[in-house]
Write a protein that binds this ligand. Structure first.
Ligand SMILES: *Cc1c(COP(=O)(O)O)cnc(C)c1O
Length: 396
């Protein structure tokens, strides 16, 4: 487990970090995962690509999840290192043959996603004539129009193609399932309802007993300015839609959330290296942990951590934020309100950074290094989630 501090401010005071540091709140992670599992009417897998930090995987392994959704052999190995007995489902529709072979024969993986007949042929060949029984989950193409990130143009079979794949899987005597992904950060429960209806019609057209329906990930989290429904709202919509879709008796429901389980569990502490007027130059940026702030317009909550134990009293003012690389694109869009006297040596704690932040860091300009610690205090919350006025500044 990572080094432990009572708060992010205590970490900053003790370590004086000049590289970005992720602050994991294990208590938040555990509570979030348990709440999601309680709200979802089926089995929950964690999509490990979202954050595969061993500390995160280790906490999640102890929360009653049914297993992990992995996207590559390397990710499978990381999950198994942190959670040796966890069930792993290989849910990337396009895989290298060597990965499929190793997953089946070395790691005991029994569930795979696919969306094309050539991919089925690869899996059949990798399993071999005496191989184990598998569960093959056919990915349907669905609309991603309600989501921040649309996956529908890249992945998924059309219904007729999906029905033929289901028949081919069943003809081998293997278990057949359907899956879809409505796109990441999708705040609209109706997106699942429409996709589940399509899945029900596809299964009936195939005439194959469906062993499971995996409703994917995409469950949203709050960033600043956008409130999102609770997990129970999605769970109820999915339960109702599954009933309406006429799924066969015994068809198991599965979900693969990534973002919704981990986003709120990590904040990121970055440092101001230079202030020029209203421009702040940080030690992290869009080639590091702040990719989604630039490319997907994510606006996470931020608060100041000031070294030396002096709380900051000055009124908020708008600032432009720049990252540490030599690239002019390494700049965040829009303005961020921070205490007006913020300057060199202050830290900024950014909340809701547990998803798609650490994993998207690059080594551009030799800046891949970052730390992870565990902390126990409350994270910076978006205003829509907080009962209290946002704490603009904390003494470190
Ligand atoms: C990325 C992904 C997920 C997780 O998506 P979130 O939007 O983070 O919940 C789940 N399943 C598959 C197949 C994915 O590619």
């Amino acid at each position: 487990m990572a080094e432990f501090f009572p708060s992010a401010a205590a970490m900053a005071a003790a370590l004086q970090p000049d590289m970005p540091v992720f602050c994991l709140r294990p208590h938040v992670l555990e509570a979030t995962a348990k709440a999601f599992c309680a709200a979802f009417p089926g089995d929950v897998l964690y999509a490990a690509k979202c954050n595969d930090d061993p500390a995160v995987l280790g906490v999640l392994a102890g929360t009653g999840l049914a297993g992990f959704d992995v996207a590559s052999l390397a990710e499978l190995r990381r999950v198994r290192a942190a959670a040796p007995r966890a069930a792993c489902w290989f849910m990337h529709p396009v895989k290298r043959p060597a990965e499929i072979r190793a997953a089946i024969h070395d790691h005991g993986v029994r569930a795979f996603a696919l969306d094309h007949e050539d991919e089925l042929a690869k899996i059949v060949e990798a399993a071999g004539p005496t191989g184990p029984d598998l569960t093959l989950v056919v990915r349907l193409a669905v609309s991603g129009r309600h989501a921040l990130l649309d996956f529908g143009t890249k992945f998924g079979a059309e219904p007729a193609e999906a029905a033929a794949l289901l028949q081919a899987v069943a003809a081998r005597g293997w278990q057949a399932g359907l899956t879809f992904h409505v796109g990441s950060q999708c705040p609209e429960p109706q997106a699942w309802r429409a996709a589940i209806g399509l899945a029900g019609r596809t299964a009936r057209a195939a005439g194959v007993p469906l062993a499971l329906l995996d409703v994917g990930g995409g469950f949203p989290v709050a960033y600043d300015g956008v409130a999102v429904p609770e997990p129970a709202v999605f769970g109820d919509a999915i339960r109702v839609a599954a009933g309406e879709a006429g799924l066969p008796e015994g068809c198991r429901l599965v979900a693969e959330p990534g973002r919704a389980l981990v986003a709120g569990s990590c904040s990121l502490v970055v440092r101001v290296e230079l202030r020029r007027g209203d421009a702040l130059y940080l030690n992290d940026g869009v080639y590091g942990s702040l990719h989604d702030l630039k490319h997907h317009g994510v606006r996470p909550p931020m608060r100041l951590l000031r070294p030396g134990g002096s709380a900051c009293e000055s009124a908020p003012a708008p600032f432009r934020l720049y990252g540490p690389t030599c690239d002019g694109c390494d700049a965040l869009p829009g303005l961020v309100w921070l205490p007006g006297d913020i300057g060199r040596g202050d830290w900024i704690e950014i909340g809701q950074m547990g998803a798609y932040a650490r994993v998207l860091r690059t080594d551009f300009n030799g800046l891949a290094e970052c730390g992870t610690v565990a902390v126990a205090d409350a994270p910076p919350l978006p205003e829509t989630m907080s009962d209290e006025p946002a704490a603009a500044a904390i003494a470190a």
